[in-house]
Write a protein that binds this ligand. Structure first.
Ligand code: ADP
Length: 254
């Protein structure tokens, strides 16, 4: 479904993505992990077509900047960018028109209900709290039901109810054959159904492994993460339980 081939992105002299390559299968959930500044958002923005880069990205065999690929691609950005003069309902309508969606109202109402925004339909974008803005951001990303959905740090700012709903929706979309790439720097937030994890650090892919392969190694995702990003051997960690416990408490990796 998605092929990222030798993508390199520089901001001036800063190498944000360094020869990044990976492939996502249709109907799979891939978690893109990495510390802050690893290059996760940059590769996401490159895939969605917001950045210029060296290399090649195809979506279902179409180059990512073609109209065919754009029809398949969906994106939930890390930072919601809402219109201050549009209400919640008008945001949904605006998006539905942009994607030429017919019969979107029932789905829109269902999403707003799930994310507890039904009673906020007449509120303007700048009247919503940060968490509500993020919920609306998610509803807008989900409304077109894209074949390939990129979610950049989607759990940030969400309350537990919204996180639960989002996880349920991700599982439902996966069951209906949608492909998802979810970036996060919080390992604990991905204790859900995922098929593959890609770990990035300093702009490079440091690991690319399926859940089945990880389970076969007998490692947790957290153990793999620290092994790859900090060179910590899980056996050494076991020899120092105090340090390991501390590592577990600090699930947010800086
Ligand atoms: P992540 O999403 O993993 O936190 P980013 O892709 O946002 O990482 O950033 C990768 C690197 O690129 C960081 O060093 C960051 O400071 C830099 N960077 C990101 N966006 C820009 C930009 N617009 N201009 C300059 N540098 C940027």
């Amino acid at each position: 479904m998605l092929n990222v081939n030798h993508v390199t992105k520089k901001y001036g002299k800063l190498l944000a993505c360094n020869d990044v390559s990976f492939h996502l299968d249709k109907g799979s959930v891939t978690v893109l992990l990495g510390p802050n500044g690893a290059g996760k958002s940059t590769i996401m923005k490159s895939i969605i077509g917001l950045l210029k880069y060296d290399g090649e990205i195809t979506v279902d065999s179409h180059f990512n900047k073609t109209s065919e690929a754009r029809r398949i691609l969906g994106y939930i950005p890390e930072m919601p960018s809402l219109y201050p003069n549009l209400t919640v309902s008008e945001h949904m309508e605006f998006l539905a028109r942009a994607y030429r969606l017919s019969d979107y109202k029932e789905k829109a109402n269902c999403l707003l209900e799930m994310f507890e925004l039904s009673d906020k339909k007449k509120k303007f974008g700048d009247e919503l709290s940060k968490g509500m803005q993020q919920k609306l951001n998610i509803c807008l990303g989900l409304l077109p039901e894209p074949g390939l959905l990129l979610l950049d740090e989607p759990m940030i700012g969400l309350d537990p109810h919204a996180i639960k709903q989002l996880k349920t929706l991700i599982e439902e979309m996966r069951s209906s054959g949608k492909t998802m790439l979810i970036s996060t720097h919080i390992i604990d937030s991905v204790d859900m159904l995922w098929d593959r994890t890609i770990i990035m650090q300093n702009g490079c892919v440091k690991a690319n492994i399926t859940k089945a392969e990880l389970d076969a190694c007998g490692k947790t995702l957290e153990e793999l993460f620290f092994e790859v990003t900090e060179g910590i051997n899980p056996d050494d960690a076991k020899a120092a339980p105090g340090e390991e416990a501390q590592g577990r408490e600090e699930a947010e990796v800086r």
